[in-house]
Design a protein around this ligand. Structure first.
Ligand code: SF4
Length: 313
């Protein structure tokens, strides 16, 4: 069997930075270390940190007063920050800078009196955080059908923003519907769908057409991983999202000559390696790495962590 490996795949700069934040904070603060929401949406990453003494919480009320709390890569609303502050907590903000960029846009446009159409999935941690920056100004739009039901007129000052991890194709359909109904709508200064989401989707779209089957390594709550699976399926190639090698059903491989393996932005590379090793053992064959886009993005650790690091023990 031919095994194709998509490049780029796996960890993005934001995930690398967020994971490093927790590792460094554990060294400085020790356990238990509190992290608000899953640091990144990957079961293996989260379980590893739980074993090291990290306590993941979904409410700041679960963080003891005056403890240190890390905010996940998906970002938080000002209400969450205020709640942590009121409990006397030290905060380490591992929000990806590309999510922060969308927060800043939301704040700026709301101040300028715009109504903001946030294209994204209601309930996703990132969307919840962004909405919290300007709750009275933001309306979440998650489908083209929904655009028809929006209460705004062509006289309203409107701008659209997007979640960072959307499918580029789905976002385009929704944005086209918004533009059609509201020709006056303003676009964000630059694309909100991030470079990592874009590049992983471009790679899958290009390579999947040469494969009989696509395996996407990632967790079910990872938005960008789910989108990779959908893109492959929409292009006509069967695709499955697996957390690790144990979730593979070998009935999938009947009649398969070429399989493409990729990974969402929060999936560790060792999970890809374990899958590839297993496939080679079972089916033999060749491995080919296909480079579609080069990436060299890197994000500095947040200031809050650097300050904590510089304080005497
Ligand atoms: S997927 Fe994009 S927005 Fe999300 S953490 Fe990675 S770089 Fe940041």
């Amino acid at each position: 069997m031919k095994i194709l490996l998509a490049n780029p795949r796996g960890f993005c700069a934001g995930v690398n930075m967020a994971i490093q934040c927790v590792e460094e904070a554990l060294k400085i603060v020790g356990s238990p270390l509190y992290v608000y929401h899953e640091i990144v949406h990957n079961r293996h990453v989260v379980n590893r940190f739980v074993k090291l003494g990290v306590v993941f919480v979904d409410s700041i009320d679960q963080v003891p007063a005056r403890s240190t709390v890390v905010f996940s890569a998906h970002g938080v609303s000002p209400a969450v920050r205020a709640s942590a502050l009121s409990r006397g907590c030290s905060m380490i903000d591992a929000t990806c800078p590309l999510v922060t960029k969308v927060h800043m846009e939301a704040i700026r446009y709301a101040k300028q009196g715009f109504k903001i159409l946030l294209v994204g999935h209601a309930g996703h941690d990132e969307v919840v955080g962004t909405v919290g920056e300007a709750p009275d100004a933001i309306t979440i739009v998650d489908s083209a059908d929904q655009v028809e039901k929006l209460p705004f007129t062509q006289q309203d000052r409107l701008v659209y923003l997007t979640q960072t991890t959307l499918s580029m194709d789905d976002a385009r359909v929704i944005i086209d519907a918004i533009r059609k109904r509201y020709p006056q709508v303003k676009a964000p200064p630059s694309d909100d769908i991030c470079y990592a989401t874009t590049n992983r989707q471009l790679a899958v779209r290009e390579i999947a057409q040469n494969a009989d089957l696509v395996l996407v390594v990632g967790s079910k709550n990872s938005s960008n991983s789910v989108r990779l699976t959908e893109i492959s399926q929409n292009g006509g190639t069967r695709a499955y999202l697996v957390d690790d090698v144990s979730e593979i059903d070998h009935a999938w491989f009947n009649g398969v000559n070429t399989v493409l393996v990729t990974a969402g932005a929060s999936a560790p590379e060792h999970l890809v390696e374990e899958i590839v090793d297993d496939l080679v053992k079972r089916y033999g064959g060749t491995i080919e790495e296909l480079h579609v886009v080069d990436e060299d993005m890197h994000f500095e650790l947040p200031r809050s962590l650097r300050v904590l690091r510089s304080q005497p023990a």
